[in-house]
Design a protein around this ligand. Structure first.
Ligand SMILES: Cc1ncc(COP(=O)(O)O)c(C=O)c1O
Length: 371
């Protein structure tokens, strides 16, 4: 008798073998890159990368960040907003956040700016736009480069313009937790035309392989500094398949997000909890639904009660300057009280296009039962 698991293993093995045997598929890569680029308003260049983290590493390299440079990152974000700059020897400064959005606060960025500031990272939490107008203006007057960590931001806009296209460089994620997934993957968005020529070399391990593949040169060589940051062909296939379902994915995500919002607004008011604030100039991608719990609600108790009811409510990032590594490198003046409070009281409700209405209603019910 053939067991289920051996069938699954055979299927998996044959899929993997097909992927290994497959010829390189530049057409699908080009088509997927073009599709994504169109969704992002056709920036000067866009490249598919192995992750958002790697896109941010490429961004740090393209900006020639190095020792002596300071880079300001939001206190409330994933470590990938910070590591790419540390890897290159920069010093980090942490800026505090706006507790109504979880996004970096432009006033705090201005307060951390010094003549050594080379770059500022704006992470758009949940794909809701950070203060891009203020940051673009500050960057222009103070001479630093804006980098957008738009890991959550695909389909998010500010004043109708896609997130990831305001900074000199931007990055999005196609990790399996994101709305559109390649299981692992990302994209680098290059908005400064002056950087475009260096992108391929940086992503192709320091070689001019892209020019060779385009038939422009007979052989490729080592021409600069770079790493292995391109998305692989099997991941491009996964990304193309996921992108093809984007309308259905986004429709369902927005339905769930709206149900949470309308089902919880009276409860949030009663308990002094905060739900995401969406400015009328922003469109968001329904990437996540967060709640900043009111003072009377103990987060551990809320998470436990949800778990008992089968609702996987989870925390999110800690404030980076409070984290074990953050504490070891933080500047003594980089207190970020709003980020500490926000991170400490935050939960996220389950949000995925496969989630059914019963699960959504249950999550709303459990919170109402709590208070
Ligand atoms: C804000 C932020 N930036 C970057 C990343 C890293 O993305 P990736 O897993 O594609 O490297 C994440 C991961 O979820 C994230 O939340």
């Amino acid at each position: 008798m053939v067991s289920y698991s051996s069938v699954a293993v055979d299927r998996r093995a044959s899929w993997c073998q097909r992927m290994v045997d497959k010829p390189h598929t530049p057409d699908l890569r080009d088509a997927t890159t073009a599709e994504l680029s169109a969704l992002l308003g056709s920036p000067p260049a866009l490249a598919l990368t192995s992750s958002c983290t790697h896109a941010l590493e490429a961004a740090a390299q393209l900006l020639d960040i190095g020792p002596g440079d300071e880079v300001i990152v939001p206190a409330f974000t994933f470590p990938s907003s910070a590591n790419p700059f540390l890897i290159r020897g920069a010093t980090l400064r942490f800026a505090d956040i706006d507790p109504y959005t979880g996004n970096v606060d432009a006033t705090s960025v201005a307060a951390r700016t010094t003549p050594r500031t080379a770059a500022v990272v704006c992470m758009h939490y949940g794909g809701v736009a950070g203060p891009v107008d203020e940051l673009v203006e500050l960057g222009r007057s103070d001479g630093w480069s804006l980098v957008e960590d738009a890991a959550h931001g695909l389909f998010g806009t500010w004043d109708g313009r896609p997130l990831g296209t305001f900074g000199r460089l931007g990055a999005v994620s196609f990790h399996r937790t994101k709305n559109i997934s390649a299981h692992e993957g990302g994209a680098l968005i290059v908005n400064d035309p002056e950087l475009v020529d260096r992108v391929d070399v940086a992503l192709d391990k320091g070689t001019d392989r892209a020019r060779f593949e385009a038939g422009e040169i007979p052989a490729y060589d080592w021409v600069g500094i770079g790493s292995s940051w391109r998305m692989s062909d099997p991941h491009v296939e996964l990304l193309a398949a996921s992108l093809a379902q984007r309308d259905a994915i986004q429709r369902r995500r927005h339905e769930i997000w709206q149900s949470y919002r309308s089902g919880l607004s009276s409860w949030a008011e009663r308990t002094g909890s905060r739900l995401p604030h969406i400015d009328e100039r922003a469109e968001h991608p329904a990437h996540l639904f967060w709640i900043s719990l009111g003072d009377g609600l103990d987060r551990d108790r809320v998470v436990e009660a949800c778990a008992r009811a089968g609702v996987p409510a989870v925390r999110h990032y800690s404030s980076l300057p409070d984290s074990p590594y953050g504490q070891s490198i933080r500047h003594p003046e980089d207190d970020c009280p709003a980020a500490s409070a926000f991170a400490g009281q935050l939960i996220r409700l389950p949000l995925h296009h496969d989630l059914d209405d019963v699960a959504v209603e249950r999550a709303i019910e459990v919170l109402h039962e709590l208070n």
